[in-house]
Design a protein around this ligand. Structure first.
Ligand code: SF4
Ligand code: SF4
Length: 462
């Protein structure tokens, strides 16, 4: 469509209440921007798995537009198609018309959620998690502490040994088996709110610590700060920051996501930083789009602050490669014979934050290590937030293909840049058992460990 022409929403009276909400929330301009070329189809994991048009980006956009135009009602099949989408956004870079598919699917899910009739337990759980736990640091710490107690007190062993876990669906049991050690001591409790640069500071960076990240992967947050310091950045960790809102946005809780975004924008602006570092692709992808998320906020100051925020967000690898001093990394002594590394892209990091070369550059800079590119490393691994829990069948199919490619690399380490992908890779290794030793790690942990190796300190690490 010619630039500058805005398509008016159709003047249709929808008898169906969900259809009215969809017409109201969907960006009709974006719907009409799709010219049905189909270039996005080969990039879409759900289309590749099924070969079905409604399971493709073009098909889903056509469904949304048909509802908006009053040609069909948003029945259960329509809602299922919206839920089958991984939200990986691999369709966006493939699209010559620059259709903002990610925004459309979030708008559709937001509308569906407005009319969802959840059972009482689901309603209660969503309220507890979205309104109680994710936005509250103190509740997250409590969650981390409780999980640690479960893991360390013997309760976890007891639950597994007595077979209680068998009462849960198989995919939940499988995910429970690979949960990392949790903690109530996040990065601030471990390092404080400021960590100085090693050598002359290049810039001042604020760490986005995340919600679940700081409970289940607090060690990675700590290593991120130390890695940034090694790369020449003064690091601050604003204490009043909260969850990014990505889980809310992907689950149709857009108002909740906007509330969290406003809190974060204020917290980071008052820290007066040059950059904001993210070490989780799923969080970073929403953070770089805060300007869009808060683009219709009533307060012009909030809109301006959101643009300030979004323009400063970078993935930790991007930040080190583009703005920092790349530290010296070296293989561990124990890896002399088998230290090959491969990498699974985080979809959001690659497709939204546009960071795919920086992590590879860092991995290739580790002295003595060979990097091998995995076939289709740019394809989703099936994790996609909580997709592997809500759509276990499709997630399992996608993961099986991924692990076949992983096995072909013969790599000792499978690195990722997102906690969800990391857990999915751990799950994949456990389930598909490559015929050699393979370990999944966050790229930050891997690199941090190899700084010590480079300074001749390797033996104490492994
Ligand atoms: S976001 Fe991913 S799964 Fe969804 S339509 Fe686009 S490519 Fe397909
Ligand atoms: S590539 Fe873009 S324009 Fe073409 S069908 Fe897909 S979404 Fe529509």
């Amino acid at each position: 469509m010619a630039e500058g022409i805005v398509m008016k929403k159709p003047d249709v009276h929808h008898a169906n209440p969900l259809a009215r909400t969809l017409l109201n929330k969907l960006d009709y301009d974006q719907l009409t921007n799709c010219m049905r070329c189909g270039f996005c189809l080969p990039a879409c994991p759900t289309f590749r798995e099924t070969g079905l048009e409604p399971e493709s980006p073009r098909g889903r956009i056509a469904l949304m537009k048909a509802v908006a135009d009053g040609l069909m009602d948003p029945d259960q099949a329509f809602q299922d198609q919206m839920n089958h989408c991984l939200g990986c956004r691999a369709c966006e870079p493939a699209c010559p018309a620059d259709v903002k598919y990610g925004q459309l699917i979030e708008q559709a899910r937001d509308a569906i959620e407005d009319h969802a009739e959840h059972s009482l337990p689901v309603k209660g759980l969503r309220k507890i998690m979205f309104e109680g736990v994710f936005p509250s640091r103190s509740k997250l710490k409590l969650l981390g502490g409780s999980m640690r107690l479960y893991q360390k007190s013997g309760l976890q062993k007891l639950a597994r040994g007595t077979g209680i876990m068998k009462l849960f669906p198989r995919h939940l049991r499988e995910m429970e088996a690979i949960l990392p050690e949790s903690t109530s001591k996040g990065v601030v409790e471990q390092l404080g709110t400021f960590y100085p640069a090693k050598g002359e500071p290049i810039a001042r960076v604020a760490l986005f610590r995340g919600c679940i990240m700081d409970v289940m992967f607090a060690g990675t947050n700590v290593n991120t700060v130390k890695l940034l310091s090694e790369a020449g950045f003064d690091v601050v960790i604003p204490e009043t920051q909260v969850c990014c809102g990505a889980l809310h946005a992907h689950s149709g809780e857009m108002d909740g996501a906007r509330g969290l975004a406003r809190t974060n924008v204020a917290a980071f602006q008052s820290a007066g930083v040059d950059y904001i570092a993210s070490n989780a692709g799923g969080c970073g992808a929403l953070l770089v789009e805060y300007d869009h998320l808060l683009g219709e906020d009533d307060d012009p100051q909030v809109r301006e602050a959101a643009s300030w925020f979004a323009s400063r967000v970078k993935d930790v690898s991007q930040l080190i490669v583009e703005k920092g001093r790349i530290p010296a990394f070296a293989e561990l002594a124990s890896e002399a014979e088998h230290g090959t590394v491969t990498y699974q892209d985080s979809c959001h990091l690659r497709n939204v934050m546009k960071s795919s070369s920086a992590p590879r550059q860092l991995m290739k800079s580790v002295e003595g290590v060979s990097y091998v590119e995995m076939k289709e490393a740019d394809r989703c691994c099936g994790s996609a937030g909580i997709y592997n829990v809500t759509q276990p069948e499709m997630a399992g199919q996608i993961l099986a293909h991924k692990m076949a490619h992983a096995a072909n690399t013969q790599a000792r380490y499978m690195l990722t840049s997102n906690p969800g992908c990391l857990l999915q890779m751990k799950h994949g290794i456990k389930k598909h058992k490559p015929p050699f030793k393979m370990e999944a790690m966050h790229i930050v942990d891997y690199l941090h460990e190899r700084i010590a190796a480079s300074s001749g300190d390797a033996s104490k690490k492994r």
